[in-house]
Design a protein around this ligand. Structure first.
Ligand SMILES: Cc1cc2nc3c(=O)[nH]c(=O)nc-3n(C[C@H](O)[C@H](O)[C@H](O)COP(=O)(O)OP(=O)(O)OC[C@H]3O[C@@H](n4cnc5c(N)ncnc54)[C@H](O)[C@@H]3O)c2cc1C
Length: 422
């Protein structure tokens, strides 16, 4: 698309700058890439795009594996829209700008006596990017980050600033997980909790031991998750430390976290695998070796059968696949297109190695889990068709009607999102 056809954006921009995601499996060359520093600049640039007939997408930290950031129009890099804008220590509510990275929240909230209720495997995402896809950690009594969203302030496809809060639950439930299709979230409010410390316990049980302790582990820990390894080298692909004298074949790397009271600094323990520290420091993390991940969610009551079936798939059919199977739990919520909509969930995630043909494996995984009423992570590889989205999300029509109200001309849609939500 020749950039010269368009007027000049109202804020500094780059042209034809290539955007690529963390995993290296998604990229695009937007006509204009901009990095607004405040809400007014977001508003100005969205209005510019509307005038010029250009589509708009926002980018967080680029940690999604699906085509949900791509645009040939205006890409809004949200990196400069960062910072906590308000804390209510009575209600434990926190406001922040949409580009704020999770890793930048920990210290600020702790100093105010607060923590996020739960976090995922890494803390590199932008908060608006994380909630856009329903990002979660593990814990059957703990919802996703999106489920804690109580208010958003966004620039819509009308080029206006709109606030959505608890006085309009229908629209709030549409906004909690919206994959950026209602507009650019400039600010949002989350329900946090009083700050807490965590004690970490990492163990390496066999598959049989994991099965025996299934319900007890889910019920009796604040966070419980495991990573089942089909091969000896599987754990290393997720950079997991393992004991030198134990084969990891058909064995799990298991994480258990409990909230504890401890006094700082003398009772802090930083030894990997047995940490006792502030919650956000225990959650902190990232990965250095890229992978291409697929993550599906099944009702928790079907979780054990689904995990057993995927283990069988890896042991008997796709024996060449080396990446492990990660298993987690998430509490149900009310987001219209949240994968956890009204159901407590078991999470199954697998990965393919970049540069290899992992598609037959992922397609078999998709077909297998469809029989367990699976819903996919919006930010991880999936095979959803418009019909299937409609079938698995009872509030699909309500979501699309809110989306159309906020963005009737599809300014915030790209090809992939138009197909599913146009
Ligand atoms: C190594 C790794 C580990 C991960 N671990 C987990 C995990 O433990 N749990 C889990 O659930 N997921 C996990 N994910 C997935 C990840 O959390 C999600 O894909 C998340 O959406 C990425 O956030 P981001 O800031 O990178 O957003 P991006 O990928 O950049 O964007 C995601 C979506 O948000 C939209 N968006 C971004 N900013 C805004 C804004 N300001 N307004 C409106 N829309 C916006 C984008 O347009 C896009 O549609 C992991 C991913 C990786 C690569």
């Amino acid at each position: 698309m020749p950039t010269s056809r368009y007027a000049t954006p109202p804020i500094p921009f780059a042209t034809e700058k290539r955007w690529t995601n963390w995993g290296g499996n998604q990229s695009c060359s937007p006509a204009f890439t901009v990095r607004p520093r405040n809400e007014q600049e977001v508003l100005d640039v969205v209005r510019f795009a509307i005038r010029e007939g250009l589509p708009v997408r926002a980018a967080g930290a680029g940690h999604s594996f699906t085509p949900i950031v791509q645009t040939g129009g205006v890409l809004i890099d949200t990196e400069a829209l960062t910072g906590v804008t308000g804390v209510d220590t009575e209600t434990h509510r926190v406001r922040m700008l949409g580009g704020t990275r999770l890793t930048d929240l920990g210290d600020v909230l702790w100093d105010k006596g607060l923590s996020l209720a739960n976090q995922g495997d890494i803390d590199k995402q932008a908060i608006a990017g994380a909630v856009a896809t329903g990002t979660h950690g593990s814990g059957i009594r703990l919802g996703s980050l999106s489920s804690t969203v109580r208010w958003v302030r966004l620039v819509t496809g009308h080029g206006e600033i709109v606030e959505i809060g608890e006085d309009n639950l229908r629209e709030l439930h549409a906004a909690q997980v919206a994959i950026g299709t209602l507009g650019v979230i400039v600010e949002l409010e989350l329900q946090a909790v009083p700050r807490y410390h965590l004690a970490e316990q990492i163990t390496y049980p066999s598959w049989q031991e994991t099965v025996s302790g299934w319900q007890e582990n889910i019920a009796n820990h604040r966070h419980y998750s495991f990573i089942w390894c089909p091969h000896n080298e599987s754990a290393a692909l997720y950079e997991l430390p393992t004991p030198a004298d134990t084969s990891m074949v058909d064995r799990c790397y298991t994480k258990r976290y409990q909230a504890i009271q401890l006094s700082e600094p003398d009772q802090i323990v930083t030894a990997e695998g047995a940490r006792r520290d502030r919650a956000y420091r225990v959650y902190a993390g990232g990965f250095m070796i890229p992978f291409h991940e697929m993550e599906y969610y099944v009702p928790a009551e079907k979780g054990q059968d689904a995990v057993t079936a995927v283990r069988d798939l890896l042991l008997h059919q796709h024996t060449d696949q080396r990446y492990p199977l990660e298993v987690r739990w998430v509490k149900g919520d009310e987001g219209f297109i949240s994968p956890f909509y009204r159901r407590d969930t078991t999470v199954l995630s697998v990965s393919g190695a970049p540069g290899t043909d992992y598609w037959p494996y992922l397609r078999d995984m998709d077909a297998l889990l469809e029989d367990f009423d699976a819903r996919p992570h919006w930010g991880k590889i999936h095979f959803l068709t418009p019909d299937r989205v409609r079938r698995i999300y009872p509030e699909y029509d309500a979501f699309v009607s809110v989306r159309r109200r906020y963005d009737p001309n599809g300014v915030f849609l790209n090809d992939s999102l138009r197909r599913l939500f146009g």
